[in-house]
Design a protein around this ligand. Structure first.
Ligand code: S3P
Length: 426
């Protein structure tokens, strides 16, 4: 158990958060498919993105570290080769699902595995559309869990039109990557917009995409043209912990520099502001095709809100942190349409209800699809389990910091997305 004490005063000063996890994964994958060298700066060297690096290297990509940057020398769109061993995606759903899309069209065999958490997560959502495109992909059981085998594609995949049942950027990205290699046009239709970093980066690499409403079309590519440099903005999902903590701790005034504020990711800002938080976007700019800004947050009294629907994909990873904010708000917060939280690194709805209630009893309840938080309850010191989920660990840490302290069983899992989180907290 690692113990964190409560903070007795507000947070002050400036900080930076590590590079965006979603953009870091995509920078490695797409740069490996160009013909020229790419320098990726502010790359997130967290365990998930390092899983992508290891898998891409096993597939023949040339990737090196150079100080804080990553250098990638692409082998061209058709330059991947069969890995000599099983590919291990670790804890990373993004690595696995995006690479399933990239590898389904290839003329060689791939076998994937992952850690205990990833082996339980649903993969049928990717296997189904890729199979419709003509890929031969098999999961372990009727749930199509890992290990997953992709047989060498005997002929080119064919473009399809696919209406996704869940809003998932990982599924969308897998289909778009497969579509690059398919015969004919591939169209994905999302039920609600999910993060669009893949589309933005594919366009920056010269791929032809067309967007109309919730439909995205990708045309087969002959080659990708890599930019010389990709500068990854800070991860708003990591900034979320400080946005919440500074909001609820009296007397705080914090500026988080260089945070990615792509519209498909800023639900956390919208909802915190709706709750009464004071957050300002400063120095807004475009960096590498993505919007970035400095975020200044000052503590404030917040109140409960109700939201769901299209907002959810815009803040799906920030719900544990938002639930902490809601526990300090006046009144009740109702978050609808969050069934997807049950299939994240752990069942986050169950984890929030069981672990967060140890700190603030009778505050958190969940139904199949909703999370209800009654703010203002009494807070206690508690010993909590992270369930090896990085976002649970960081949310519990800020919860304890704003309450009476917390002890968590596994602080190490923050290395997935935010390796120096606890140094920053200290
Ligand atoms: C991600 C998409 C989201 C998110 C995950 C990262 C991505 O998952 O939860 O942390 O980089 O595409 P889903 O696509 O399953 O919603």
């Amino acid at each position: 158990m690692k113990k964190f004490l409560s903070l007795t005063q507000g947070l002050h000063g400036e900080l930076e958060v590590p590079g965006d996890k979603s953009i870091s994964h995509r920078s490695i994958i797409l740069s490996s498919l160009g013909d020229t060298a790419v320098e990726v700066t502010n790359f997130l060297a967290g365990a998930d993105c390092l899983s992508t690096v290891a898998c891409m290297k096993a597939l023949g990509a040339k990737i090196e570290r150079s100080g804080d940057a990553i250098l990638i020398k692409g082998n061209g769109l058709h330059g991947l080769r069969e890995a000599e061993n099983i590919l291990d995606a670790g804890n990373s759903g993004t690595t696995l699902r995006l690479l399933m899309g990239l590898l389904a069209p290839q003329k060689f065999l791939t076998i994937f595995t992952g850690d205990d958490s990833l082996r339980r997560r649903p993969m049928a959502r990717v296997i189904k559309p890729l199979s419709q495109m003509g890929a031969s992909i098999f999961g372990r059981n009727s749930n199509k869990n890992l290990p997953i085998t992709i047989l060498p594609a005997e002929k080119n995949l064919r473009g399809i039109t696919y209406a996704m049942p869940v809003a998932s950027a990982q599924v969308k990205s897998a289909i778009l990557l497969a579509g690059l290699f398919a015969e004919g046009v591939t169209t994905v239709i999302e039920p609600a917009p999910s993060r669009d970093h893949t589309e933005k980066m594919l366009a920056a690499f010269g791929a032809r995409l067309e967007k109309s409403g919730n439909a995205i079309k990708i045309f087969p590519a002959e080659k990708l043209t890599a930019p010389e440099k990709i500068s990854v903005p800070g991860d708003i999902s990591s900034a979320a912990y400080w946005l919440v903590l500074a909001t609820i701790l009296d007397g705080s005034d914090v500026t988080i520099k260089n945070v990615g504020v792509n519209d498909t990711r800023t639900g956390i800002l919208d909802v915190l502001k709706l709750m009464g938080a004071q957050i300002e976007l400063l120095n807004e700019r475009i960096s590498g095709g993505e919007r970035a800004a400095d975020l200044r947050v000052v503590s404030s009294k917040i109140h409960g809100v109700e939201f769901g629907g299209k907002m959810i994909p815009r803040l799906i990873d920030e719900i544990p942190a938002l639930a902490v904010a809601a526990a300090f708000a006046e009144g009740t917060t109702i978050i609808r349409d969050v069934g997807e939280l049950r299939v994240k690194e752990t069942d986050r709805l169950a984890a929030i209800v069981e672990e967060f209630n140890k700190i603030s009893p009778a505050t958190f309840t969940a139904t199949d699809e909703s999370l209800i938080i009654r703010g203002g309850g009494e807070k206690f010191f508690a010993e909590c389990k992270t369930r090896a989920d990085h976002r649970m660990a960081m949310s519990l840490a800020i919860f304890g910091a704003a309450a009476k302290g917390v002890a968590i069983d596994d602080a190490d899992c923050v290395k997935i997305s935010y390796p120096n989180f606890f140094d920053t907290l200290k």
